[in-house]
Write a protein that binds this ligand. Structure first.
Ligand code: AMP
Ligand code: ZN
Length: 461
């Protein structure tokens, strides 16, 4: 099954052909770690995790190398360090760990490699040196800059020409630059900057620009040419445009064969962003919603389209997942079936069409219900493995149906388990009044006990 990817550079869907099918490479720009990430920041995490899962299914789990960096040096981190008095290392370690936890809560697999920018300053300086040697870089009193006019193809990704270029949000406006579009490769340390944000270089003490970080980490871990480079659409310009300029001018090779960009997660039609103040933290959402509900809601829109984040979207995701888990419960005991349906994989192979893939998942759930209605053991076993295989591709259905229906936190579940066990004991003792009392107590909390031959299970109703 051919995977087709919408390549932002080509502005069309193209058949995906990795350079080496036994080593498929993907680089996705990761977080700048100085605060908790909002749910918009997790759109690329979930989208590219879904692609990672698809690629692993097609090429083999060990054949896909996915790198997602940690940006642990940047102006905002230095500001956070100043404001809190904590070291840069303490801040970045803390928020990178929280990010990892949040990503795991929405079932994102750990990328193969998580490179940290500050571990690669030597490699960044090597690229800057190559750029200077080849006439693409110059130093001013503020730092070392890439001279955009030296690269005729500059702007190819964002289809801008030099005249409409503004200095991007993360580019220091600096009068020593030869052109406003030139961007920083290396920024000299200002007098009041903390020592842990300063490195030596042959041009002077300072720190790398943001774009050079990704150029260096991608080349070191994945090679000079990578198969897929991804990130949010806001990174297309200037970040990815500048990555292309640096990497291609230094290495003389194409940086990435496919460029993928996710659209924005919006709130009431506006991009969710810290600067607009309309952010919802994943960490807060997880207090109310299961990670799978959040993931399902995220995948319910196509990754390139804007997605409006609403409580309604989460409610719908939850209702649909309840229905799918309900179907899975009915076929749960029917193990050993084979999965041959490829509807979900086909949908994902068409430029990650997750809305269709989720519709296919619902179709498989209906098939499971049909098989259970007919008491067709073979069809039930098949439906079970179809659902689980499709779930594995989408990062859904990772719980057992009873875990799903029980939900709640583990202390709370342990208390319920204890009551259910006490009721089983009461029944064994023929203490029907006590057994009924416990059942009624749990029912009042919205918990239903389902007696079965071997004991009892429970679920939240
Ligand atoms: P940042 O930490 O701001 O560099 O963002 C990390 C990642 O999240 C980048 O790939 C951004 O493009 C992406 N991102 C940030 N805000 C949103 C949003 N509202 N919707 C979708 N992606 C976003
Ligand atoms: Zn990047």
């Amino acid at each position: 099954m051919t995977i087709r990817i919408y390549d932002t550079l080509a502005r069309e869907k193209r058949a995906f052909e990795p350079q080496d099918p036994s080593r498929v490479t993907m680089y996705v720009c990761g977080p700048t770690v100085y605060n908790r990430a909002h749910i918009g920041n997790f759109r690329p995490v979930i989208v590219f995790d879904t692609l990672f899962r698809l690629l692993r299914t097609v090429y083999g789990a060990d054949a896909v190398i996915y790198a997602r960096n940690v940006t642990d040096i940047e102006d905002k981190i230095i500001t956070a360090s100043r404001e809190t008095g904590e070291t840069i290392e303490a801040i970045t370690k803390k928020y990178a760990a929280i990010y990892d936890e949040d990503a795991a809560a929405v079932n994102a697999l750990r990328p193969t490699i998580i490179p940290w920018a500050t571990d690669h300053v030597g490699e960044m300086l090597d690229i800057i040196e190559a750029l200077e040697r080849k006439g693409f870089a110059y130093a001013t009193e503020a730092g070392v800059f890439f001279q955009v006019s030296q690269m005729p193809e500059y702007g190819g990704l964002s289809k801008r020409n030099l005249d409409d270029n503004q200095a991007g949000a993360r580019v220091d406006v600096d009068h020593g630059k030869r052109d406003p579009s030139d961007f920083a490769l290396w920024k000299f340390a200002k007098p009041d900057e903390p020592e842990d944000a300063i490195w030596d270089s042959k041009w002077g003490r300072g720190r790398p620009g943001w774009h050079i970080e990704c150029s260096a980490m991608a080349a070191k871990h994945l090679g000079k040419t990578i198969d897929i480079h991804g990130g949010g659409i806001d990174l297309q310009f200037p970040h990815h445009e500048n990555e292309i300029a640096q990497s291609e001018c230094a290495h003389g090779e194409t940086l990435a064969n496919y460029w993928m960009h996710n659209g924005f997660l919006d709130m009431a039609g506006e991009k969710m962003s810290k600067s607009l103040g309309n952010v919802v933290l994943l960490n807060d959402l997880l207090k109310e919603w299961d990670g799978e509900v959040i993931r399902f809601a995220m995948l319910s829109g196509h990754y390139r389209a804007p997605l409006d984040w609403t409580t309604d979207l989460l409610e719908q995701a939850k209702t649909t997942l309840n229905r799918i888990y309900g179907a899975l419960r009915r076929v749960w005991a029917a193990e050993g079936g084979e999965s041959i349906d490829t509807g979900v994989q086909e949908a994902l192979s068409d430029d990650l069409n997750t809305p269709i893939a989720l519709a296919e998942l619902s179709r498989l759930a209906s098939a499971a219900n049909g098989a259970a209605d007919r008491k067709d053991a073979g069809a039930m076993a098949e439906a079970r493995s179809e659902l689980l295989a499709a779930g594995a591709l989408l990062g859904l259905l990772t719980k057992s149906p009873s875990e799903w229906e029980q939900g709640g936190d583990s202390n709370e579940n342990a208390r319920i388990e204890a009551l259910v066990a006490a009721r089983i004991q009461a029944r064994a003792d023929k203490d029907w009044a006590e057994a009924d009392r416990i059942r009624d107590e749990l029912a009042a909390e919205g918990i239903e006990i389902m007696d079965s031959a071997g004991g009892a299970t429970w679920r939240r109703t």
